[in-house]
Write a protein that binds this ligand. Structure first.
Ligand SMILES: [Zn+2]
Length: 248
């Protein structure tokens, strides 16, 4: 499997879990050159193939003129890669259950084991603090850098009225975290609804979040998840290719 093929699977997995719809993107820093990253051309994630993957420098300029439309928000990726040398994959999504936590003062908290990475919370990027044009799209290097600074050392940041950015030391980690951030946000809303105003919700405490995160990393928990999701995504791609061959 090439890096491009892995990235295609990441796009498909995020779409299959409702983390991205027609919008949203995922990037991968290249192993050969840490000053380059791969990202699809501007298109719906569920339709991405290896031919749609383009190589960018960290200023988010394509290395070769691809002659196709590019994501306006690609600066999110380049600026995070510049500021976080430890990070090799970035997901930007409009993850539906996460959005309410970016527009209220209710903090997203780790509710169950696979969302332990939330730790003591994630920051929210308020774009009004950095521009007053009324546009909420991160479409300049300055806005990308501002978002990267808001993210800091955390695994994710919410983007008020827009979505989220989720990062990982590997593509697998960024994708797994994106899926479980969405799931955790949904479960938290359900728990809050059941508990009602003033009701009690028991979240993972600091010790549990730290211990669970460490165990999952060493026990290969994510590897099992990732392999399952990749098998499903590959099957989907193969059936699309078969259908295409039948039509031609
Ligand atoms: Zn966006």
């Amino acid at each position: 499997m090439s890096e491009r093929d892995d990235l295609v699977l990441a796009y498909r997995i995020l779409a299959a879990h409702g983390v991205v719809d027609a919008y949203g993107h995922v990037s991968l820093r290249t192993a050969r050159n840490p000053a380059r990253y791969l990202l699809a051309r501007a298109m719906a994630p569920e339709l991405v193939t290896a031919d749609d993957i383009i190589e960018f420098d960290l200023d988010s300029n394509p290395v070769k003129d691809p002659g196709v439309a590019l994501y306006l928000e690609r600066y999110i990726h380049g600026e995070i890669f510049k500021l976080r040398p430890d990070i090799n994959a970035v997901v930007h999504n409009h993850s539906p259950s996460v959005i309410p936590f970016g527009v209220t003062n209710v903090p997203l908290r780790p509710l169950f084991n696979t969302a332990a990475f939330i730790g003591d919370g994630v920051p929210t990027f308020e774009i009004r603090d950095f521009q007053d044009s009324g546009d909420i799209i991160v479409k300049t290097p300055y806005l990308g850098l501002s978002l990267a600074k808001t993210l800091g050392e955390r695994p994710a940041a919410l983007m008020r009225g827009h979505g989220a950015v989720v990062v990982g030391e590997s593509l697998m980690l960024a994708v797994v975290r994106s899926v479980y951030l969405e799931r955790s946000a949904k479960l938290q809303m359900q728990a809050m609804l059941i508990a009602g105003a003033g009701g009690k919700i028991v979240y993972l405490d600091e010790r549990e979040a730290a211990a669970t995160g460490a165990r999952q990393a060493s026990a290969g928990t994510w590897k099992r998840t990732w392999e399952l999701w990749c098998i499903k995504a590959r099957a989907q791609i193969e059936s699309e290719q078969k259908a295409k061959r039948r039509r031609t």
